[in-house]
Design a protein around this ligand. Structure first.
Ligand code: MN
Length: 353
């Protein structure tokens, strides 16, 4: 495996770790497999060294991650704020995983920002803010969990990694690469997979639990969305799905139930990007995915002030679902410039239902 992490940064991190006893690991709001996997994965390793370690998330992680070892010990800021505030205040070191700016932590961001603890950022999103004492930022990496693995290996601590730690890290790699289907052309990621399996990870269990376990309502919602709410914009190679609050209620929506739905239209031959709009309590959640390096991050940024990766981005829109939808439709033409020059014919025909 290539040593791509700066050795001076690793040495500084090692020194910080050795003198810190109270360590908080934290991640972004609406934590996903990579956010929870990287914080818990690192926490399990640090506990081996007798450190007092707490994982604090801004809000509740989805139920699909409840199988992760240590899940029930996570301190959720929206559930126990005084406790979370205290551990952050008393920490010597805060390790921030899988986000590039404190605003990605919602209400927790200012508390982490105000803490006098040393801070280390470990992340794979573009253009991180400069709030940490040490920043490990590698946007080309598949996941923060891959980066955490490389840091652990770089510190010479692979031998100390236990099964719990390996399981959490593999979960983040699996969820962020959708079980090795995107961002997975670097051969070293398979080397890392091998090293994690050697620790005894049950990969099929992780895939089933983290990516393939839904409620009945969630499965029906997906079928409904694809059948009745999917719009294809043939000329622009785009697909949009919108879901409103009433529809969510009808299918007993729980957080995480729409996870991955945005990817489904990308399976249509010729579709280059897909946007999913979900009406939330006080805003519209926008998520966008693409193939062929079509920059959906640019759309999220220009239309909504959001951002993300080239092929996976998101935003929040303050307004109605219809306004959000119409704004995108109105601007589809502007993004034709990013479409691949060779265009496959879309297999598209209206089906009357
Ligand atoms: Mn990630």
């Amino acid at each position: 495996m290539n040593r791509i992490i700066d050795s001076t940064d690793l040495k500084r991190f090692e020194a910080l770790l050795s003198k810190s006893n109270r360590i908080v690991l934290t991640c972004h709001v609406r934590p996903d497999g990579d956010a929870v996997g990287s914080t818990l994965g690192f926490a399990h390793l640090l506990k081996q060294f007798g450190k007092n370690v707490v994982v604090v998330t801004p809000d509740m992680p989805p139920r699909s991650l409840a199988f992760l070892p240590g899940f029930k010990d996570i301190a959720v800021y929206t559930c126990h704020d005084p406790y979370c505030e205290r551990v952050i205040e008393e920490a010597d070191l805060i390790i921030c995983c899988d986000f590039n700016k404190l605003s990605r932590q919602d209400q927790l961001g200012p508390i982490v920002g105000a803490s006098s603890a040393k801070k280390v950022l470990i992340d794979h999103h573009q253009q991180p803010d400069n709030f940490a004492d040490i920043t490990f930022s590698f946007p080309e990496m598949s996941s923060t969990c891959e980066l955490v693995f490389r840091i652990i290996a770089g510190l010479g601590l692979y031998k100390d990694m236990n099964l719990d730690s390996a399981t959490c890290l593999l979960t983040g790699i699996i969820t962020d690469t959708r079980n090795f289907s995107v961002n997975c052309n670097n051969d070293e990621i398979y080397e890392i997979l091998g090293h994690l399996l050697k620790k005894g990870c049950d990969k099929s269990m992780i895939v089933r639990e983290s990516l393939m376990s839904k409620s009945y309502g969630a499965l029906k919602l997906r079928a409904y969305a694809l059948l009745h709410k999917l719009e294809i914009f043939e000329k622009h190679r785009a697909a949009i799905i919108t879901i409103n609050k009433e529809e969510l209620k009808k299918f007993h929506y729980e957080r995480g139930d729409c996870e991955g739905l945005v990817n489904e239209p990308l399976e249509i031959r010729g579709i280059v990007y897909s946007i999913f709009l979900r009406e939330d309590a006080d805003c519209v959640k926008v998520s966008a995915r693409s193939v062929n390096d079509f920059p959906v991050s640019t759309i999220c940024e220009e239309l909504f002030g959001g951002g993300g990766h080239i092929q996976a981005a998101g935003a929040e829109f303050k307004g109605t679902l219809k306004e959000c939808h119409d704004l995108i439709v109105e601007h589809l033409r502007d993004y034709d410039r990013f479409l691949p020059s060779r265009q496959d014919k879309i297999d598209f025909f209206e089906i009357d239902l």
